[in-house]
Design a protein around this ligand. Structure first.
Ligand code: UD1
Ligand code: CA
Length: 509
């Protein structure tokens, strides 16, 4: 690595309107893998040392507020009118001179790295290579170029007969022969500060877009006899500039592939990288397995030995070693080691599943702690509850936590058996080792070891179908099974009178 003699500054260009996005928010705030486009570029720039200025303009308030959040050290510089990339750099250089308390931009020394904010795939190593190349050769300007399969839309790199960099021509200004050139400008440059300051004032707006092109600096420096050269990026994808939402999707897919490859190289099994999306802030430990159609976002962590997917969305969720999660949405949940979640399970914020606990099919939980080895296997809602260890919650149990005014908390002890279809009306407490009968509505505390029964007793009205649904398939089946009508004159069976609406004789046989 070259010893750096003079300070380095980086200028990130983020003032443009991003018209081609057709968006109501600034282009550079669009996210890829949980980080804004500007955030990706800054992360790459920050891997190098030096001052960072970010040129803002269009919707600067939003961009500057975001910048303050992600990188408070970076200095925003306002470009009131977006008069082109050359103009943006001119404004930035003036701010940089002021920052260093120099009388004029011509007093600046060292390297100036220029980076567009709409190229989220740039890597620190390419930025470093461009800077080092400039510093080791003493060139006035080194351009990072790339050779994409389709160069349309990018500035083309014009080289002389000797192969030396001669100029950059914008797509809109290029002739047919120039358009056929596949080597393009990535928009990343390392300049010698003084040379840059000297030529910026000579840019004109005499071009297809009526803008001051930074790209024209290259041709001007060459004409001045300055040394100018190019470094070709090893991977053309680094050049991917995001101007519209199709390019955004392409860049996002490239980042996804890059991230998945890193994870797989680090020992994570990914069954289908094309449908696995892991945000930059997510931690996946070696030996974890991710199955298809899985999206991991926010501060999610997946421990080694865990398996997530297929079909999972996990946000800010911690998954312990050996846990199994499939077909589930989990937000702000903590899933203990060897726990089992899914299929079709929704874990909301504040859910804590202990070791080897289970949240099964069609189960929703929120603000609930489930102790080790306890199971909620089917069709239940557990909200605002604490459940002990080794407890089983029967199918279709509901923790009735809301009375229309406030949420209330219920507690269920260790080794409890909650019968199917129990309504646990909060706040109640069910003691260790207690049982509840299926179909109970529990409104009072249940002491340890008690059986709580809270439901009407069953009664059978003999012969009802034969009397009330004569001739029906049910009546025929009942007769075949030996059912008989009570003899006339017998006292009517208790409850034989039709319940409201249940025997209006409109049913057809
Ligand atoms: C630019 C380059 C092109 C290169 C491509 C790489 C120029 C003239 N063209 O084209 O050679 O192949 O990037 O992606 O430089 N910006 C400002 N202020 C302005 C204008 C733009 O800050 O007045 C910012 C934009 O927000 C953007 C960046 O500069 O982040 C590049 O501008 P954009 O309009 O996207 O340039 P391209 O047409 O993509
Ligand atoms: Ca662009």
């Amino acid at each position: 690595m070259t010893e750096r003699q003079s300070p380095t500054a980086a200028i990130v260009l983020a003032a443009g309107e991003g018209t081609r996005m057709r968006a109501s928010r600034p282009k550079v705030l669009f996210e890829l893998l949980g980080r804004s486009m500007l955030g990706h570029v800054l992360a790459a720039v920050r891997a190098l040392s030096g001052d960072v200025v970010v040129v803002t303009g269009h919707r600067r308030g939003e961009v500057e507020a975001h910048l303050e959040e992600i990188d408070a050290e970076a200095r925003p510089v306002f470009q009131p009118e977006q008069r082109g990339t050359g103009h943006a750099v001119r404004v930035a250089l003036e701010a940089l001179a002021a920052l260093r308390q120099l009388p004029a931009t011509s007093d600046l020394t060292g390297s100036v790295l220029v980076v567009p904010a709409d190229t989220p795939l740039l890597t620190p190593s390419s930025l470093q290579a461009v800077l080092e190349h400039r510093e080791s050769t003493g060139a006035a300007c080194v351009v990072l170029t790339a050779i994409p399969p389709d160069p349309a839309g990018y500035g083309r790199v014009i080289r002389g007969d000797d192969g030396a960099l001669a100029a950059i021509v914008e797509d809109k200004d290029a002739d047919a022969a120039q358009r056929a050139i596949r080597e393009v400008n990535t928009g990343v440059y390392a300049f010698e500060a003084r040379a840059l300051a000297r030529v910026l004032g000579r840019l004109t707006t005499d071009n297809a877009q009526g803008e001051e092109y930074l790209t024209d600096v290259v041709g001007i420096l060459v004409a001045d006899g300055e040394r100018v050269s190019a470094v070709v990026a090893s991977d053309w994808r680094e050049a991917l500039g995001v101007n519209d939402r199709a390019q955004l999707a392409l860049a996002r897919a490239c980042l996804r592939d890059r991230r998945n490859t890193e994870l797989m190289r680090a020992g994570v099994t990914i069954i289908d990288p094309a449908t696995t999306w892991v945000d930059v802030g997510v931690q996946v430990e070696p030996d974890a397995e991710i199955w298809p159609n899985t999206i991991l976002v926010g501060a999610t962590r997946v421990a080694g030995g865990a398996r997530v997917g297929p079909n999972c969305y996990l946000a800010d969720t911690d998954v312990g070693s050996g846990a199994r999660i499939r077909d589930a949405t989990c937000e702000g949940a903590w899933i203990g080691p060897d726990a089992e979640v899914g299929p079709y399970t929704y874990l909301r914020p504040g859910t804590r599943l202990g070791r080897a606990a289970k949240a099964g099919a069609y189960v929703e939980m929120k603000n609930a702690t489930v102790g080790a080895e306890s199971k909620v296997p089917h069709l239940s809602y557990v909200g605002d509850a604490t459940i002990g260890e080794r407890t089983n919650i029967g199918a279709a149990t509901v923790f009735v936590n809301y009375d229309g005014l406030a949420k209330h908390h219920s507690v269920v002890g260790d080794d409890v058996r909650i019968g199917s279809d129990t309504m646990i009306v909060a706040p109640v407490s069910i003691g260790d080792g207690a049982y509840t009968a299926a179909g109970s509505v529990i409104v009072d505390d249940v002491p340890p070891g008690a059986l709580a029964v809270a439901r009407a007793r069953q009664r059978n009205v003999e012969g009802w179908v034969l009397r009330r649904r004569p001739g029906s398939a049910a009546a025929e089946a009942a007769r075949r099974a030996g059912a008989t009508e009570p003899t006339p004159g017998d006292a009517p069976a208790p409850g034989d009178a039709p319940a409201p609406g249940d025997a209006d004789d409109r049913s057809s046989g």
